[in-house]
Design a protein. Sequence first.
Length: 179
Amino acid sequence: MSQAINQSSDTLSNVRFVEEKKMISKFFEEISLDTGMIVFGVSDTMKALEASAIKVIMLYDEIEITRYEIKNPATDQVKTWYLNPKQEEDPKYFKDQESGIDLEVIASEPLGDWLCVNYQHYGAKVELISDKTQEGFQFVKGFGGIGGTLRYHLDIDAVADYNDDNIGGDDFDADEDFI
C-alpha cells in the first residue's frame, strides 16, 4: 500500500510539472507573439490585478516580496509597497521624503500569502510556479517570478489611480534577490 502511494505521488508530481511546463511555455509564446495579453514583474502584474484584468496570476512559490501598506500619519495617505529584502532595508520606503516623518506600517505580509487570500476579489486564479523545471527556472530568473495572462488587452501604463512609485519590487537582480 505504501509503495502504491509513493508511486502515485511521483506520478502526480510529474503531472504537475507537465502542467507547469505547458503553462509557462504558453506564457513565453504569448511574449514572442507580442499579443499584449500577458504581464510580468511585480509592478505591471499588480496594476493589472487592481484593474481586475488578470485571468491567471503565475507566482513563484518562493517569491521573496513583501506587501506593505504604509500610512503617512500627517496626511493619512496610504500607499502600498511591494519590496524585496534588499529594498526593505532602504529607509526611503518608510520615511516621508519631504517632512522626514516616519511612516506607519499598517500591514505587512508576504506577497504570495496576500495573493493566495485575496486573488478571488479580483476574479483571478493563482497558479504557483516552482523553479524545478527548466521553464519554471527561466520564469523566475527572467521575469521576477510573477506574471499573468490578461482577460482583455490593457494599456498597463494608462491604469488610473496607481503610482509606479508605490511599487518597489521590480528593481531587482534576480540572482541576488529571488533565489
